[in-house]
Ligand binder design. Structure first.
Ligand code: SF4
Length: 109
């Protein structure tokens, strides 16, 4: 099955995967393959991509319109937007600097 970003998001929500997508790719692939039917697998792959693009969107997923809502763990948990889990951002380093000002000759007032 083709697994694009939309499918990754849908699968991550379906299974409430606890890790960010980058670390979950093998598990997402495994789950996606397990869900793919033998018959009309191309139509199924397209449907999953369309679901991710139109209903299971990154922000504000339309769970009430979703045809797989009853199987979705993130929906049951009441927080679909929390998935896929985002990687914690590294703290930005604080940088310090010093400025020196040199003048030649006497200062005039
Ligand atoms: S129920 Fe909601 S979170 Fe789950 S797959 Fe459908 S749209 Fe996405």
């Amino acid at each position: 099955m083709v697994v694009d970003g939309n499918v990754e998001r849908v699968i991550a929500r379906l299974a409430c995967l606890p890790d960010p997508v980058a670390e979950s790719k093998p598990r997402i692939r495994e789950l996606a393959d397990g869900l793919t039917p033998d018959a009309r697998c191309g139509d199924y792959a397209q449907a999953m991509m369309d679901l991710g693009a139109t209903i299971c969107t990154p922000r504000n997923p339309q769970c009430l319109l979703c045809p797989i809502r009853s199987a979705c763990a993130a929906h049951r948990a009441g927080q679909p937007e929390a998935y896929p889990v985002k990687r914690a951002r590294a703290a930005k380093p604080r940088r310090y600097g010093a400025v020196y000002w040199l003048e030649q000759g006497a200062a005039s007032c």
